[in-house]
Design a protein around this ligand. Structure first.
Ligand code: GDP
Ligand code: IMO
Ligand code: MG
Length: 420
């Protein structure tokens, strides 16, 4: 049996905290897509940790953590992260497994990401510059190197071939930066990979399922950044939705039971691209300040806005969300008034769907206002004790989406979560 935890918005919904909270109920925690563009924040014994490559179940002893085939692996980041978790007393070598089919992010992928973004100028995606796009391009273009290739004697000659190809591309961008330091780090880091449990991920995970073990698939990014269904071209390069669990781990769709969709009580986006409910005013500024909305991977300020029920409805549909987990509700504690977006006004007409593209049309959010609860909820642990105005807000969202909000997160701590 497999359950999924994934983001319903533009990433950073709080997936890391939620996976860490749910992990004790599962045997295997598996990342199925994305790479070091992800930044999943956890608080372990009060200490903040940001994970980019390692699944967020790593701090639970005896839980297997798998980096699936759908992930693009940054060995340099992985090495640093392993050192970090080891310093916190975790024997990562015991419980961390890597699929041999996961593609490697090469130093030239990072350079190509940077060169491509520079060339785009004002139209840049706002990529995290971790090499994600170029690595997935090489995967679908059938060029890339996979973790399993490391064990092959021909690895270096394959690497040199791809590097040459990339160099020609970099030359066409007139990219001049010296990447030899990145290469040194890369070769040092892939040595560490050889010591890992490199497995055939699809047999590995299906054997576990066969034995009755419970698997939790951990998504990165969010549904609105999905390569097919997100706000293209301002998206990431992987399938961030529940369908990505099947291709990213080798799991059949019937094996998936619950799809937990994580959404903030408001909305954020980092990087460029459409964001219908964005607040370019003091309220947006206030939410950024109270919510510490700065990227966990790049430190960039996150754009903030009201919760967007049109986009959430769409995300629930394409993912088959069974339960919603609403995070960062406490960030709205002091606001006198809240808004939710119930429709898009596109060229003067009200629409309740996400359009093909949002950049060439005039799109305004239709907002419904709610009175804020203006109560500190961070120490509350029972649904009954939550302020009525908050219940009204959540009830409305429940009814609109026709999917229940089952968990309410009211702080970054592991224990700050309320069952609705
Ligand atoms: P992820 O990428 O989805 O794992 O989310 P990030 O870690 O990038 O960003 C979420 C941020 O919000 C982190 O700093 C979390 O510690 C924090 N966080 C998660 N849930 C809550 C919550 O309910 N309340 C507050 N105040 N912070 C939260
Ligand atoms: P987590 O897992 C928020 C955004 C980038 C950029 C776009 C493409 O922490 O939620 P990429 O580097 O993938 O080519 O960037 O996607 N992005 C994220 N935004 N959270 C993330 O991950 C993100 N991963 C990528 O900012 O707009
Ligand atoms: Mg994040």
């Amino acid at each position: 049996m497999v359950d999924v935890i994934l983001g319903l918005q533009w990433g950073d919904e709080g997936k890391g905290k939620i996976v860490d909270y749910f992990a004790p109920n599962y045997d295997v925690i598996a990342r199925f897509q994305g790479g070091a563009n992800a930044g999943h924040t956890l608080y372990v014994n009060g200490q903040k940790v940001v994970l980019h490559q390692i699944p967020s179940g790593i701090f639970h002893e005896d839980k297997i953590n798998l980096i699936g085939n759908g992930v693009v692996l940054d060995a340099v980041t992985l090495k640093k992260e392993c050192e970090k978790v080891a310093s916190m007393g975790i024997d990562y070598k015991k419980n961390l497994y890597i699929s041999e089919r996961a593609h490697l992010i090469l130093p030239t992928h990072r350079a190509l990401d940077k060169a491509s973004e520079l060339a785009k100028g004002n139209e840049k995606i706002g990529s995290t510059l971790k090499g994600i796009g170029p690595a997935y391009m090489d995967k679908t273009g059938r060029n890339g190197l996979r973790v399993g290739d490391l064990l092959d004697k021909g690895f270096i000659s394959q690497y040199i071939k791809i590097r040459l190809k990339h160099q020609r591309l970099l030359d066409s961008y007139n990219f001049q930066e010296d990447i030899s330091a990145w290469e040194d780090e890369f070769f040092e880091s892939i040595e560490l990979l050889r010591d890992f449990k490199i497995v055939n991920g699809e047999y590995f995970i299906n054997d576990k399922i066969q034995q009755g073990k419970k698997v939790l698939a951990e998504g990165a990014q969010g549904s609105m950044l999905d390569v097919d269904f997100g706000t293209f071209p301002f998206v990431t390069s992987s399938s961030t939705i529940s369908a990505g669990v099947c291709t990213g781990l080798g799991i059949a769709p019937q094996k998936i039971k619950d799809v937990y969709g994580v959404s903030k009580a408001y909305c954020t986006r980092v990087g460029s691209g459409p964001f219908p409910t964005e607040l370019n005013d003091e309220t947006g500024e206030l939410i950024r300040k109270i919510g510490s909305e700065f990227g966990a991977t790049t430190g960039r300020p996150r754009r903030c806005g009201w919760i967007d029920l049109v986009a959430l409805n769409f995300a629930c549909m394409i993912n088959g969300v069974t339960k919603i987990i609403m995070t960062k509700t406490d960030i709205l504690d002091t606001l006198p008034e809240l808004n939710v977006c119930t429709a898009y006004n596109i060229n003067g007409e009200e629409k309740n769907y996400v359009p093909f593209q949002m950049t060439q049309v005039k799109l305004d959010p239709v907002l419904k206002s709610f009175a804020g609860w203006q109560t500190d909820i961070t120490a509350m642990s029972e649904y009954e004790s939550l302020p009525q105005n908050m219940k009204n807000y959540i009830d409305y969202i429940n009814k609109f989406l026709k999917v229940p909000v089952k968990f309410i997160s009211n702080g970054p701590g592991r224990d700050q979560i309320i069952l609705a």
